[in-house]
Design a protein around this ligand. Structure first.
Ligand SMILES: NC(=O)c1ccc[n+]([C@@H]2O[C@H](COP(=O)([O-])OP(=O)(O)OC[C@H]3O[C@@H](n4cnc5c(N)ncnc54)[C@H](OP(=O)(O)O)[C@@H]3O)[C@@H](O)[C@H]2O)c1
Length: 331
């Protein structure tokens, strides 16, 4: 496994990480089965993956439970990046809440579900317009003093908000949408994004030594060889609600994908590995949190580090993408 380090935190991160959203189960990602999720996580650990991204809201607590169960006695060997700030009611309606009272509840619930007594990096999932960031950060500082979390990270934060957060306490990481076809996205599903990943977040993370974790590195499966047309999505599959994977916009993304498929074929590697390898080449990217539902996916994703895109190949990818850097493709 290739490892990456940053100055803000004393961890060595595996260049290929693991995203646990699909482990939330139910039918959000084509009906993932718990046994498959557990086997996939355990295979990832065995292959040297040490960064696991999860959140309470993934499967309303279920993904954290599955991660805790799968890690078992290997918990100390890995870095858990869980999150806070998205809570749900009895009917499963999710809202933003970064108030100190809610955070105090959330951390204890996460520790119980993960079956651990600390979280390595506790990331604020999305900003909460109703709670000033200094109030949230003061509360998280208290949680940190208690030893329940080791470090604070942010996700989906603008640079201005990240700066404000850092006035109160250290922030060691940023997480945002990033992949070959979404380099400076302005929207995630229907949610506007207040940050431009490559143009703003990368230089900021590099200047201040923060880790950067790119989410949806495989464009929710579009940047893999076995992606099928959009009518595959079950009604409850999260991808059914992604405007970029449906309708007119999807046709445009799919057309670029086809060019990348041809390139991957020409160099003799799966498209997923080209996408992951390309991300590992970006200096600002710390651990690529690939969502994976099966042992086979994990093995393929980890194998991305067994070969390297050459300078010529990287230039060819730039050439393929250059005509498509129109705003429609970075929405
Ligand atoms: N901070 C945030 O707001 C935020 C938002 C989104 C995600 N995340 C994090 O980022 C992680 C990854 O993002 P993501 O889950 O959106 O999607 P992703 O990693 O871009 O795509 C994951 C999907 O790609 C397919 N896949 C994975 N490896 C494959 C392989 N080797 N061959 C073929 N297909 C493969 C699988 O779907 P199929 O087999 O069903 O096609 C898998 O579920 C999440 O799990 C979560 O931890 C964070």
């Amino acid at each position: 496994m290739k490892m990456k380090t940053v100055s803000a935190v004393d961890f060595e991160f595996s260049a290929v990480g693991f995203g646990c959203w699909a482990a939330g189960g139910g039918d959000i990602w084509n009906a993932t089965d718990d046994d498959n999720s557990i086997a996939a996580i355990q295979r990832a650990v065995a292959l040297g993956v040490n960064f696991f991204d999860v959140a309470p809201v993934y499967g309303l607590g279920h993904a954290e439970e599955i991660l805790g169960k799968a890690l078992g006695s290997n918990r100390q060997q890995v870095i858990i990046g869980s999150k806070c700030g998205l809570v749900w009611d009895d009917a499963g309606n999710v809202t933003n809440d970064l108030s100190p009272e809610s955070l105090a509840r959330e951390i204890d619930d996460s520790l119980r579900r993960l079956n651990t007594d600390y979280i390595d990096i506790y990331q604020i999932h999305w900003p909460d317009p109703n709670t000033p960031i200094d109030v949230t950060m003061q509360a998280l500082s208290e949680v940190k003093k208690s030893g329940k979390i080791l470090h604070i990270g942010v996700s989906n934060f603008s640079i201005a908000l990240t700066d404000e957060a850092r006035q109160q306490d250290a922030v060691v990481s940023h997480q945002g949408l990033y992949n070959l076809l979404e380099r400076n996205p302005t929207q995630y599903h229907n949610i506007p994004l207040d940050y431009r990943t490559e143009d703003e977040v990368f230089p900021y993370c590099q200047e201040h030594g923060l880790a950067f974790f790119p989410y949806s590195p495989l464009f929710q499966g579009l940047l893999t060889d076995n992606f099928k047309p959009q009518d595959q999505f079950d009604e409850n599959d999260v991808r059914a609600a992604n405007p970029k994977l449906n309708g007119e916009l999807f046709k445009q993304y799919y057309a670029i994908r086809e060019k990348l498929v041809a390139f991957a074929k020409e160099i003799g590697h799966p498209l997923s590995q080209v996408a992951i390898n390309w991300m590992i080449h970006q200096d600002a990217v710390t651990s690529v949190i690939c969502g994976a539902q099966t042992v086979e996916h994990v093995e393929q994703n980890v194998a991305s580090v067994t070969w390297d895109l050459t300078e010529d190949m990287l230039a060819e990818i730039d050439q393929i993408l250059e005509p498509y850097r129109d705003p429609v493709y970075t929405q």
